[in-house]
Design a binder for this molecule. Structure first.
Ligand SMILES: [Zn+2]
Length: 309
C-alpha cells in the first residue's frame, strides 16, 4: 500500500540513514537539510519530544476524504504531523501520526471557527495488515479498478497461480481459455486493421472528392453562361418565333436617318472622350502649337489695330 510514496518522503522521516552520512558530517538533520530534504522545522521538530512527539513531514499514503469538509485529499499531499509511538506489534513499533486538515472552508464549518477546516486527522501504522489505520477524521476513498473495464492485460493473481501449480486440469482449462481469448482478440485486431486500411486510402478518397467537385463546378459554370446569354429578363411575355410575313413588312419600312447629325454627334463624343492631359511625349509639340497660335493671334491683332488707324 505504501509502495507509491515518494522516496523523498521516506528519506525525510528521519529514520533513514543515507549511506553518505557519517557522524563526522554533523547531525543527520543538518546533513539531510544540506541535501535538500524538508527538515525546515528547526527547534519545533523536537519541541514536544518530552511527550514522545516528534514533528515530521507526513505524506498521505492514499487518497482520503476529510469527514468534516468532505474534501478529497490526494495521495502524496504533505502535512506537518506529530509522530508518536503508541505501542508494539511483536517487535515492530506502532506509530501514530496526527495532523490537521488544511482545506479552506467557511468558519462556520471549521472545527475551531477559523478559515481552515482544522479537522484533526489521526493515522496509525498497521503492520499486521501491512497497511495504515485511519483512526480519526478521515475516510479512505475506495478506488475500484478492473482490468476488463480498462481492456488491459490481466495478470495472474496468486490464487490462480497456486491452483495452476497444484491442479493440472485447471491449468489445461485455463490455457485453453487463454488461447481462445487470444485468438478472438487477434481476429478483432485484424478487423480493426482492415477498417483502418479502408479509411486510410487517402488518394482514392481525394480523387473521388475532386471529381465530384469538378463536375459540380462545370455544371455551375454552364448554368452561369446560360444565364448570361439569356440577358436580362425584360419581357414578361415571351417573344413569338420570327415570321416571313413580319420580315417582309419590316423590310418595307424605310427609316429616315439624318446622317449629318450622327456624324456631328460622333465627333463631339470623341472630342469629349479625349484625355485632358496629354502624354509627356506630346507636351513639347503641344507647347510649340500653343506658342504658334499665340503669335498668330498677336499678328492678327496688330493687323486689326493698323487697319483701325
Ligand atoms: Zn477538512
Amino acid at each position: 500500500m505504501t509502495k507509491d510514496i515518494s522516496l523523498k518522503a521516506a528519506c525525510a522521516d528521519s529514520f533513514y540513514y543515507p549511506q553518505e552520512w557519517a557522524p563526522s558530517k554533523g547531525s543527520l538533520d543538518s546533513f539531510q537539510r544540506r541535501r535538500g530534504f524538508e527538515h525546515h522545522f528547526g527547534k519545533q521538530r523536537t519541541k514536544n519530544l518530552s511527550k514522545g512527539v516528534l514533528l515530521i513531514r507526513f505524506e498521505m499514503p492514499f487518497t482520503v476524504q476529510c469527514l468534516r469538509c468532505q474534501h478529497y485529499i490526494r495521495q502524496g499531499t504533505r502535512y506537518n504531523a506529530d509522530k508518536k509511538k503508541v505501542g508494539m506489534y511483536f517487535s515492530t513499533p506502532l506509530y501514530e501520526f496526527a495532523m490537521n486538515c488544511g482545506n479552506i472552508v467557511h468558519p462556520a464549518r471549521s472545527a475551531n471557527g477559523t478559515a481552515h477546516c482544522n479537522q484533526r486527522f489521526v493515522i496509525r501504522t498497521d503492520p499486521k495488515n501491512d497497511d495504515y489505520e485511519l483512526a480519526e477524521g478521515l475516510r479512505r476513498k475506495v478506488e475500484v479498478w478492473d482490468s476488463q473495464d480498462s481492456e488491459t492485460l490481466e495478470l495472474v493473481d496468486p490464487e490462480t497461480r497456486r491452483r495452476m501449480d497444484t491442479d493440472p486440469m485447471f491449468r489445461v482449462e485455463k490455457t485453453l481459455r487463454d488461447r481462445q481469448k487470444e485468438k478472438s482478440n487477434k481476429e478483432r485486431l485484424a478487423d480493426l486493421q482492415d477498417l483502418q486500411a479502408d479509411r486510410e486510402d487517402a488518394y482514392g478518397w481525394n480523387c473521388v472528392l475532386r471529381k465530384s467537385n469538378r463536375l459540380r463546378r462545370k455544371e455551375e459554370k454552364r448554368k452561369e453562361e446560360e444565364e448570361r446569354r439569356k440577358g436580362k429578363p425584360n419581357f414578361v411575355v415571351p417573344l413569338a418565333p420570327p415570321d416571313d410575313e413580319d420580315m417582309q413588312k419590316a423590310q418595307q419600312v424605310a427609316f429616315l436617318t439624318d446622317h449629318d447629325k450622327i456624324e456631328v454627334a460622333v465627333r463631339r463624343s470623341t472630342l469629349r472622350a479625349r484625355p485632358v492631359l496629354k502624354p509627356a511625349d506630346d507636351n513639347a509639340a503641344a507647347i510649340a502649337g500653343l506658342v504658334a497660335k499665340r503669335k498668330r493671334l498677336q499678328q492678327h491683332s496688330r493687323m486689326v489695330r493698323a487697319r483701325v488707324r
